[in-house]
Each structure stands twice: as C-alpha cells, then as structure tokens.
Write a protein that binds this ligand. Structure first.
Ligand code: ATP
Length: 232
C-alpha cells in the first residue's frame, strides 16, 4: 500500500528579497492498495511530475506524510532514501533512461549488481525475465539497436528485476506509437497482476490511464476525483 496523507509542496525560486514560493500541490491525500494499479492523470503543469518526485524521495514535502506499507518515508535522509528505493521501488521512465554503452542484459542486471546478488543468480534471473518480456533474442543488443517499444521492455525489466513491491511509472508510453503503447501497457498490466506489485503511473493521456484499476485526476495541484473503476 502507498498512503499519501495531506501532502503539500511549493517550489522556491529566486534568492534574497526576490525569493518567491510557487505552490504546486495542495493538501493531497490518496491510497494505492496492495497490488493495485492506479493512474494519476492531469494536464501539463497540474503537478504530476512533482507528485512522483515526492513519492520517489527526490524532493521533500513541506507538509504531510508518505507511507510505503508500514514504512513512513517522510523523514528519511538521502542515504536512507537511496537504500529504500533500491530495495522497494522500481522506476519506469518516459525516455527509458537506459545505459547506452551497456547491453540489454547488462542494463537489466545493473540493480542486481547494486544489491550484491551473485553472478550465477543474476544470470538466471535476467535470462528468465528476458524471456518473460520477449527479449531473449536481444540480450546482447545495445539500446540504440532496439525499437522504442523494445527499449521500454528493457526499462520495465530493469524496474522489476529486484522484485520491488512498488513500481512508479512516469508517462511510460509517452515516447511510443499507439500500437507499441498498447503492447507496453499490456505488459505492465500483466506484471502488475501476476506479481501483485503495487503500481502508480502518471500520464496526461486519459486512454492510457484507463489501463489502471483506478484513475485519480490532478487539477492545478489538487486531486479532484478518484475511485472510478475501469475495465481493461
Ligand atoms: N523546479 C521547478 N521550479 C519551479 N517551478 C517548477 C519546477 N518544476 C515544476 N515547476 C512548476 O510546477 C508546476 C507543476 O509542474 P509539474 O512538472 O509537476 O507538472 P506536470 O503535471 O508533470 O506537467 P507535464 O505533464 O507538462 O510534465 C508547473 O507550474 C511548473 O511550472
């Protein structure tokens, strides 16, 4: 479960007498239940990326709290956040964020190396996941030798290789054409249901949002609705 309670956030811009506060998120609360996939949809500038950055611990709320399961992460130090992310959160990015000088296999293997998993176990895990995401014939390719959809499959595999309880996805299909978008969304949904991982996805696209069990709408920094269940 992810529990966000009364979160507010403002950016500070300028210095000294010209310092200004820009309120972006205003008192937002919501829960993503265990194994649920929730999307947050909203126009450009509504605060989606800011909310995801707060949930990732890249920035910190001025008010409110964030819980992952029973763990209150609101006051974690940078070091504690880094450890928490590595152990519990997978990230999927719009522009994939793959290491261009590393192969498909090496990209997916990276989080396991960071976690100190032994080589034999790494190979077994990565090979099994490569087959699951349909990239077993591309293990030695480099990212620039892959289509956008294939690159995002690598990004998704890297996000879940450590079996995190939570996955945060930032416009995961924003760089893909419509047919590839459907394939990637279907893969996300399959992984979410089969592995019972808790997914939170942000998108500006209401059709993409419909893949989720539930959609929350963010408008000018406020969640204005939630709880509608959509069929896939
Ligand atoms: N680093 C920053 N400093 C100051 N203001 C910022 C900063 N980042 C974002 N903002 C402002 O915060 C508001 C919300 O931005 P945010 O990127 O969270 O929206 P978004 O919904 O993700 O938009 P998009 O869909 O275009 O990515 C915007 O008004 C933006 O100008």
């Amino acid at each position: 479960m992810i529990k966000v309670d009364n979160i507010s956030f403002s950016y500070q811009i300028g210095k000294g007498s010209s310092e200004q506060e820009i309120p972006v998120l205003n008192n937002n609360s919501f829960v993503v239940h265990e194994g649920e996939m929730v999307s947050i949809v909203g126009r450009s500038g509504s605060g989606k990326s800011t909310l995801l950055s707060l949930l990732a611990g890249f920035i910190h709320a001025s008010e409110g709290s964030i819980l992952y399961g029973n763990k209150d992460v609101t006051q974690l130090s940078e070091k504690e956040w880094a450890a928490f992310r590595l152990d519990h959160i997978g990230f999927v990015f719009q522009n994939f964020q793959l290491i261009t000088s590393a192969t498909v296999f090496e990209n997916i293997e990276m989080p396991l190396i960071l976690k100190g998993v032994k080589k034999k176990e790494r190979k077994e895990k990565v090979d099994a996941l490569l087959t699951e995401v349909g990239l077993e014939n591309h293990r030695n390719h480099y990212p620039n030798e892959l289509s956008g959809g294939q690159q995002q499959r690598v990004g998704i595999a890297r996000a879940i290789i450590t079996n995190p309880r939570f996955v945060l996805a930032d416009e995961p299909t924003g760089s893909l054409d419509t047919a590839t978008e459907r394939e990637v969304l279907a893969l996300l949904k399959k992984l979410n249901k089969e592995r019972n991982m808790t997914f939170l996805m942000i998108t500006h696209d209401e059709e993409v949002a419909m893949i989720a069990d539930r959609t929350l709408v963010l408008e000018d920094g406020e969640l204005i609705t939630g709880g509608n269940r959509h069929a896939i």
